[in-house]
Design a protein around this ligand. Structure first.
Ligand SMILES: [Cu+2]
Length: 488
């Protein structure tokens, strides 16, 4: 019976392949997977505690090889391993210090996406780590619980460095978040979703020809191809990160089950929202809590959407519930006590035009140019107007709330605290942005499209956060040689 099924599957596969070659538009892996690889859970890295209580972490960026398919070796990059990096987990109020050693053999950076911190610790394009060197940022965790992440941000090379495997999760806990399932790897599961294009000899293809950048036809979850997960608890929290260069995912389950959305990128929602699907564009995160009955089987699938970066249908992960499940207490109807970001009276409004040329307000990213000067600790309205196909928009050292999309209420799944927002083709998105309170007249922060090809091609701008009232005193040019220092 099993052999019989396999033969049918092989025939179907051949029909599928023939179909694929004639119509490149329909990209899918549905029906091709066996769900035979246990989902890898990135290691939770243990800090060393310094004498003043600071939690210290050591990260090493290094090349390696990874066996995504049995017997097939792929050249990859990783952090403390050959592909992806460990999960860092800290609590609000912690002081952290991190040594990032670069053993890649070329310059890179490591950016803390979603983190509120001084600009010089941000790991953006100005905090370059030369080959063989170590960069040592430190800061105090001062923001609500959130699923953040880290990845390189070297100007012009971010897409390549992330695609080869440099990324990891950075979880922040607080009193609110601990009320949700929090047992890492048991009922609190990270899911880093990435599409990949492999060459015939199973190397990562850097074909970047599409206008969106690399769109793969195979999926890795936490670096696992063909993954399954056995869950042992009746309620499981999944932290989803779209770690792809360009593809967006419309997440849902093949049995149509609903689930509770409990967090957007930058923190918990005030109350859970019951959904049966939601979309994440590159860089966005969401936390969901899914209820299981003993013996349940379902597949987390990405359904094809209308946008170019959403086309294709992909099985992501098969989830099987054990025959006996640990009973979890029901999740509270009050999740976060942090009030939603409000629009201040007389809020400053800034306009950002995303053009067909992949620039912002007619300008390509320039490492020496300051595009905006924002008073630290303030809240502004930013209006993002898309004059081209799909983009998204990410702001460093900031959290925002989506006010409207083309004048309409944002989708139910994007109404919480965020740091990255999808900007549909031709649409205008208005956000109310709460900026960090660290000022710095020397080191800028970034805002950019998180489709990494677009970012690398210059769809990025730089802003300084300065002492309120000093905005007009700040030079809009950075000194040519001083701004690429890495000795902080
Ligand atoms: Cu873009």
């Amino acid at each position: 019976m099993k052999l019989h099924h396999r033969i049918i599957l092989i025939i179907l596969l051949f029909i599928g392949l023939a179909g694929c070659s004639s119509s490149a538009e329909i990209v899918t892996n549905v029906g091709e997977l066996q769900f035979e690889q246990a989902l890898k859970i990135p290691e939770l890295i243990e800090p060393t505690i310094e004498s003043d209580g600071t939690k210290h972490f050591d990260l090493t960026m290094e090349p390696g090889t990874t066996e995504f398919l049995p017997g097939k070796i792929t050249d990859t990059w990783g952090i403390n391993g050959s592909y992806l990096g460990p999960t860092i987990r800290v609590a609000r109020g912690d002081n952290v210090s991190i040594d990032v050693e670069n053993k890649l053999g070329e310059t890179s950076t490591l950016h803390w996406h979603g983190m509120k911190l001084p600009a010089v610790m941000d790991g953006g394009p100005h905090q370059m780590i030369e080959a063989g060197e170590t960069w040592s940022p430190h800061w105090t965790i001062d923001q609500p619980a959130a699923t953040t992440w880290y990845h390189p941000h070297l100007h012009g090379k971010t897409g390549q460095h992330v695609y080869r495997g440099l990324a990891g999760m950075f979880i922040i806990d607080d009193e609110d978040s601990k009320k949700l399932p929090s047992n890492y790897g048991v009922d609190d599961i990270p899911l880093i979703v990435q599409d990949k294009l492999f060459t015939s000899d199973r190397q990562l293809s850097d074909n970047n020809d599409s206008s969106y950048g690399t769109l793969g036809d195979e999926i890795l979850v936490n670096g696992t191809h063909d993954p399954f997960l056995e869950v042992t608890a009746s309620q499981v929290r999944f932290r989803l990160l779209n770690g792809s260069n360009a593809r967006a995912y419309n997440f849902g389950f093949t049995d149509g089950r609903s689930f509770e959305l409990v967090a957007n990128d930058a923190g918990l929602l005030n109350e859970p929202v019951t959904l049966d699907s939601f979309m994440l564009s590159p860089g966005e995160r969401a936390e969901i809590v899914v209820q299981f009955e003993p013996g349940d089987e379902t597949i987390l699938r990405s359904y094809s959407g209308s946008a170019g970066i959403e086309s294709g249908e992909f099985d992501l992960l098969k989830i099987v519930a054990a025959s006996e499940l640990t009973e979890s207490s029901p999740i509270s109807s009050e999740l976060s006590t942090v009030p939603p970001i409000e629009v201040p009276k007389d809020a400053k409004v800034r306009q950002f035009n995303l053009t067909m040329e992949n620039d912002i307000n007619g300008k390509k990213m320039d490492m020496n140019r300051i595009d905006e000067v924002v008073p630290a600790g303030t809240t502004e309205i930013w209006e993002i107007h898309n004059f081209g196909p799909e983009h998204n928009f990410h702001i460093h050292d900031a959290a925002f709330r989506v006010l409207d999309v083309d004048g309409n209420e944002p989708k139910e799944y994007e109404r919480g605290r965020k740091d990255t927002v999808f900007v549909p083709r031709g649409a205008s998105v208005r956000i109310v942005v709460e900026f960090g309170d660290h000022s710095d007249t020397e080191y800028p922060l970034m805002y950019h499209c998180h489709l990494l090809k677009h970012e690398d091609e210059g769809m990025m701008g730089q802003f300084l956060l300065v002492e309120p009232g000093t905005e007009s005193e700040v030079p809009m040019e950075l000194p040519k040689d001083d701004n690429e220092s890495h000795d902080h």
